[in-house]
Design a binder for this molecule. Structure first.
Ligand code: SF4
Length: 352
């Protein structure tokens, strides 16, 4: 049995002080960490319960119009906040695509960012896994790798990041706020997660003691509210991780795309922002031909890491479909129920 110390600080400063201990881990809802501990995958020496810290459970609009989401806000509470989902509908749709209702009721948004991969070999302590134990090998190579990465992978690791929420956040230029021993700092969410390279155990740019305190959506990203969607494809229609997902957001003026955002999940060790595709979309007519060109550009550098070549063609199709749905308009019902990839496309494309 793994022995650990358990502390419940009441201030962020005390939490960060405790979190600096080598082997310490922050505990929010524990929906990922406790599973990892039960499986012997994570063996923290100190658990720092952050659920008593003040001010981390609020969704607030700042003076500059940005929306700030405290790290302890529950996934379900954010998805069902009608003011939030009206401004950022693709984020709500992504949240409702994730996990199960019970997990969404418990899991925090901060924890969502930092959840670990669902690679089956990562969870099997009898398997070789560079991410779990550095420089021990990777049994996913030549193993069961249908769900693994096609972008940004390395010989050391071909795992994917499992979050849906992060994909929509990446598309909408979200910012992560962190408090650490050196004070506070912030950076784009797209910079939070690392690609595996030769050190797949280094999953984020966070250092020991760094505490994610909030996620911010810039006010400028509200411009996408009338044309944004999230679609997730998985092996069953609920409570499964994405094989491929996409978040698309558009601003359409006088029949042309004036701003575009596209990001993927299920393809890489981080949410994958497709900036080359976005550049192709700007100035173009929002039609299938445009979206097919952009989607192919987004996957131009993709390569199978095993039995997963199907993901590349699937990602192109899902990107096209998500862009078509975004162009057709955000549904009136908010938060939108997660979009089924199999439903017929909704009607005509409407322009602002
Ligand atoms: Fe471990 Fe990554 Fe290989 Fe999976 S793909 S076994 S997480 S090193």
């Amino acid at each position: 049995m793994n022995q650990f110390e358990f502390v419940q600080p009441s201030t962020a400063a005390d939490a960060i002080g405790a979190g600096l201990t080598p082997g310490a881990a922050y505990l929010g809802a524990g929906t990922n960490l406790l599973d990892l501990m039960k499986g012997g995958i994570a063996t923290p020496q100190k658990i720092v319960d952050i659920t008593r810290l003040p001010g981390l459970e609020q969704i607030e609009t700042l003076a500059n119009g940005d929306v700030r989401i405290g790290a302890l806000v529950r996934n379900a509470d954010l998805a069902h906040d009608t003011a939030f989902s009206a401004q950022f509908p693709a984020v709500a749709e992504a949240l409702l695509s994730g996990a199960s209702p019970q997990l969404r009721n418990a899991a925090t948004v901060g924890g969502n960012l930092l959840q670990r991969t669902r690679c089956r070999y990562f969870f099997d302590t009898a398997a070789a896994c560079n991410k779990r134990v550095p420089d021990t090998g990777c049994d996913a190579h030549g193993g069961d790798n249908r769900s693994h990465a096609v972008l940004g992978w390395s010989e050391a690791c071909i795992a994917t990041h499992p979050s849906d929420f992060c994909v929509a956040l990446a598309a909408l230029d979200a910012i992560v706020e962190v408090e650490g021993p050196g004070g506070g700092r912030e950076f784009p969410l797209v910079d939070l997660h690392r690609l595996p390279g030769s050190t797949p155990w280094e999953e984020t740019i966070l250092a020991q003691g760094d505490l994610v305190v909030a996620i911010r959506l810039p006010h400028a990203s509200r411009a996408f509210s009338t044309h944004s969607r999230y679609i997730k494809v998985r092996e069953r229609t609920s409570y499964a991780f994405a094989l491929v997902s996409a978040a698309a957001a558009l601003v359409i003026v006088d029949g042309k795309i004036s701003r575009a955002r596209l990001a993927f999940g299920g393809l890489a060790a981080k949410p994958w922002r497709a900036e080359a595709a976005e550049a192709l979309l700007v100035g173009a007519t929002p039609d299938r031909a445009t979206f097919e060109s952009a989607a192919k550009a987004a996957l131009a550098d993709a390569a199978p890491s095993g039995d997963n070549e199907y993901k590349i063609a699937l990602a192109v199709r899902i990107a096209v479909r998500t862009l078509l749905r975004a162009a057709a308009g955000t549904p009136d019902r908010l938060p939108a129920l997660p979009a089924s990839p199999f439903a017929a496309l909704a009607g005509e494309i409407h322009h602002d």
